[in-house]
Write a protein that binds this ligand. Structure first.
Ligand SMILES: [Mg+2]
Length: 367
């Protein structure tokens, strides 16, 4: 089976009347890029990458499409023996830009799965479950309103809550954490600063909330800053934005700078690298999420498939943009959070296929 065509699509993902606020920006719509790889046997595989704006990570939507345009011609005619071989070929076409390569990696997994009647989760080692936990992200808002939403989400069935902090007075962050805790009693709380807190402020939050069980997620901008205060903290620390590669994960583990990770499939370069990180985390008994920054049904399905293969005691959950986005690509088999949980798709490959016309016309095609 060879790659005969590659098509790129640009999709605007509107938020349903909401603003998603975190320390590094407020978002009302996201710009997603979808990749379709068509084989010479007529099978299509789908991939997606959707950075959450240009300031969240070293990734942006225009960069994704430029990188994919650079690489796509080099894929035409290539035999699809397996995802790792395609990944190595991509490194020979463009240095870096793993978040763009991820869309191709996901599409290749989907293509092989659909060609052979295999689910992606089975290709990645085998699902341990038919359903995985999601979690709710409480974006920056008034403390009382945040606590109200938190209680509502726990009542809906969400087993875990992430509280966004940073970019505002520290007293408001501390008040928010306390009010969410008092409103829910949820013991699976994460306080995510998205890199925004100074080390001084992390110490203040740690002490002011000493009685509240939560883990910090990416409290400071760098691993070095986190390492500087880590020994003084009572609360566990997870890394998110600082893990841009397997090498970053290995460095963090070797430094002993964290107790777990918030992981994003596209940031790490796709499902193949994510499966390697999953295995490294399992070898060191480190919990982690299987998220992505944003995106539609394709990236959502990819996250659920890899999450279903994680040792259940280490899976912190799958965050998806789906509850915020008023759009599904696949009307027959959309990926939806229901009662705070996600069902693993049952169809071959990713188990989703965009409806005809759902993505509009390609913005670029290669054959
Ligand atoms: Mg995070």
């Amino acid at each position: 089976m060879r790659i005969a065509e590659v098509h790129l699509y640009q999709v605007d993902l509107p938020l349903e009347g909401a603003v998603y606020r975190m320390s590094d920006g407020a978002h009302t719509a996201l710009d997603s890029t979808v990749v379709q790889i068509v084989s010479d046997t007529g099978v299509s595989g789908w991939g997606e990458t959707c950075p959450i704006g240009p300031t969240h990570a070293a990734a942006h939507a225009l960069g994704a499409r430029a990188a994919l345009t650079q690489m796509a011609p080099g894929l035409i005619g290539r035999e699809v023996t397996g995802p790792a071989a395609v990944r190595r070929a991509l490194h020979g076409l463009l240095h870096g830009h793993d978040y763009a390569k991820a869309a191709i990696d996901i599409a290749v997994h989907d293509l092989i799965g659909k060609a052979h009647g295999l689910r992606v989760c089975d290709m990645l080692g085998g699902a341990t479950t038919g359903e995985v936990d999601s979690y709710w992200s409480l974006t920056l808002d008034d403390p009382d309103e945040t606590a109200r939403v938190a209680a509502e989400k726990i009542a809906e069935g969400y087993p875990r809550l992430q509280i966004k902090v940073g970019g505002r007075p520290l007293e408001t962050d501390i008040e928010t954490i306390r009010k969410v805790w008092e409103a829910t009693g949820c013991t699976r709380l994460v306080v995510d600063a998205n890199r925004a807190l100074l080390t001084r402020d992390v110490l203040r939050v740690d002490r002011a909330c000493a009685d509240i069980p939560f883990a910090f997620e990416q409290p400071c901008a760098t691993v070095d800053e986190i390492a500087a205060v880590r020994a003084q903290l009572d609360h566990p620390v997870y890394l998110d934005e600082s893990t841009e590669s397997l090498g970053d994960v290995l460095r963090a583990i070797s430094l002993g700078v964290c107790d777990g990770f918030g992981l994003k499939v596209t940031r790490l370069g796709g499902l193949g690298p994510m499966a390697t990180v999953r295995d490294v985390c399992e070898a060191r008994s480190l919990p982690h999420t299987c998220d992505d920054s944003w995106g539609g049904d394709i990236i959502a399905a990819a996250c659920v498939h890899i999450a279903a293969t994680v040792d259940p005691r280490l899976l912190e959950g799958v965050w998806l943009a789906e509850p915020f986005v008023g759009l599904h690509y696949d009307s027959a088999y959309p990926v939806r959070v229901e009662g705070g949980r996600l069902r693993v798709p049952t169809g071959p490959g990713l188990g989703v296929v965009p409806d005809d016309g759902a993505l509009g016309a390609p913005v670029a095609s290669f054959a």
